[in-house]
Design a protein around this ligand. Structure first.
Ligand SMILES: [Zn+2]
Length: 415
């Protein structure tokens, strides 16, 4: 098999130190990952308590595994808890989440996915300082920037049309000499149109994202993508100045435009990109949840749409046979060979500017209760699909502590 590169991620936040040291748990886990997969890189979500980080970095150093600071920028940040009134603003003036299609469990887990506005300079200056300090204090080979996006379908459809906050209004007006508020009624009208959309209207679409991105809002979408790009560039440049490698956490190509991630631009400021193609994850960024919420939104307010028919149309658009109900989609997930379609979409982005930039696909390998349960048969299908693409490697996500040894062995045995 031609897959040559493996990385993984680890969440040290709120982890008891004794869990890592007991029976040499972490050391054994990393030894296995090194032996089975030649693990190259570990992305670390640190804890305030330094003991966990020091232990992890020591083991990685012994095993010659590179370490990255895994740093979330706009949600679930380390510095302060984001309050709803600080979050992005919808066209209706609501802060935080939207309503239609929203994941019912949102805000109930450890991460709340409440998003700051990328143009909120006041908050971002504080976060930037914290980021600089982290890089000064701790010794990492690279940084991995996460939550560099606007909210996704899982946060409710309205949140796909943020942000209208005063920071954005000022910046938009500087850019385009146009009042951003002009777009509020345009988005509202578009929602009215969605209420009346018919299946036959979708016949020419080749991407689920395009359905939700009407052409007359293009300038608004461009502004969102520019806002994310400029923010990411600021942090990436700081890391580069300190000789750190930069990796970016991105939505799957089929959904990236909805969260304002422009692969082509982001590729120019990074060393590698990680498209998250989580086929079996029922939480934000997971395809079952995001596709499900994206379809649930229009179903909820358009009585003319039929669930089964809409899913069948969606299957045509994403070129993969989705389960025939939204509840089955959450439970059974998306067929693994959608990886091949996502790799094709990546090619369409034409990321040619930086020939050395790598693409490491993010595939979940965890067993994490109801959110995801990945086992050998799924991993076999994952690897088989990846081997049909020219992706540069795999990031086994999203938390090594929740990836069973057996899963590491299965992947190793397939190589
Ligand atoms: Zn804003």
């Amino acid at each position: 098999m031609k897959i040559k590169w493996f990385g993984s991620q680890i969440v040290l936040n709120k982890v008891e130190h004794s869990l890592l040291t007991g029976k040499d748990f972490l050391k054994r886990k990393l030894a296995l990952a090194k032996e089975a997969l030649a693990l190259d890189t570990l992305l670390i979500w640190p804890d305030r308590d330094k003991k966990n980080l020091e232990l992890t970095q020591k083991i990685c150093s012994d095993f010659q595994i590179k370490t990255y600071l895994w740093y979330p920028l706009l949600a679930d940040i380390a510095l302060f808890k984001i309050r709803p009134e600080e979050a992005v603003e919808t066209f209706e003036g609501q802060r935080g989440y939207g309503k239609h299609g929203r994941w019912p469990q949102l805000g109930q887990g450890e991460e709340d996915f409440l998003f700051l506005c990328p143009n909120n300079e006041q908050a971002l200056d504080k976060i930037f300082q914290h980021f600089e300090n982290q890089l000064k204090i701790d010794d990492y080979d690279g940084v991995f920037l996460d939550r560099i996006r606007f909210p996704s379908p899982g946060s409710g459809l309205e949140s796909l049309y943020t942000c209208f906050c005063p920071w954005c209004q000022r910046k938009f007006s500087d850019y385009y000499q146009e009042d951003l508020n002009r777009y509020r009624p345009l988005v509202k009208d578009f929602f009215q149109q969605l209420r009346a959309v018919e299946l036959s209207d979708l016949a020419y679409y080749r991407s689920l994202s395009d359905i939700l991105r009407p052409g007359h809002l293009q300038r608004f979408f461009d502004f969102r993508a520019q806002s994310i790009f400029q923010l990411t560039r600021r942090f990436a440049e700081e890391a580069k100045k300190r000789n750190k490698t930069v990796g970016l956490d991105l939505f799957a190509p089929s959904l990236s435009s909805l969260v304002a991630q422009d692969y082509r631009e982001l590729a120019t400021i990074s060393d590698w990109l990680k498209p998250m193609v989580y086929c079996h994850t029922a939480s934000p960024a997971g395809l079952p949840l995001e596709y499900g919420c994206l379809l649930q939104g229009p179903l909820a307010f358009n009585p003319g749409l039929n669930e089964k028919q809409l899913i069948s149309e969606a299957s045509r658009i994403v070129k993969a046979e989705l389960p025939c109900s939204l509840s089955a989609l959450l439970k059974e997930g998306v067929p693994e060979d959608i990886i091949i379609q996502e790799a094709e979409r990546l090619k369409d982005f034409n990321l040619t500017e930086n020939e050395n930039r790598k693409i490491y696909i993010g595939l979940e390998a965890v067993q994490a209760g109801e959110l995801a349960h990945i086992d050998g048969p799924v991993l076999k299908k994952y690897l088989s699909a990846v081997s049909e693409t020219d992706l540069d490697g795999i990031l086994l996500s999203w938390n090594l502590l929740k990836i069973p040894d057996q899963n590491l062995r299965v992947v190793g045995d397939l190589l």
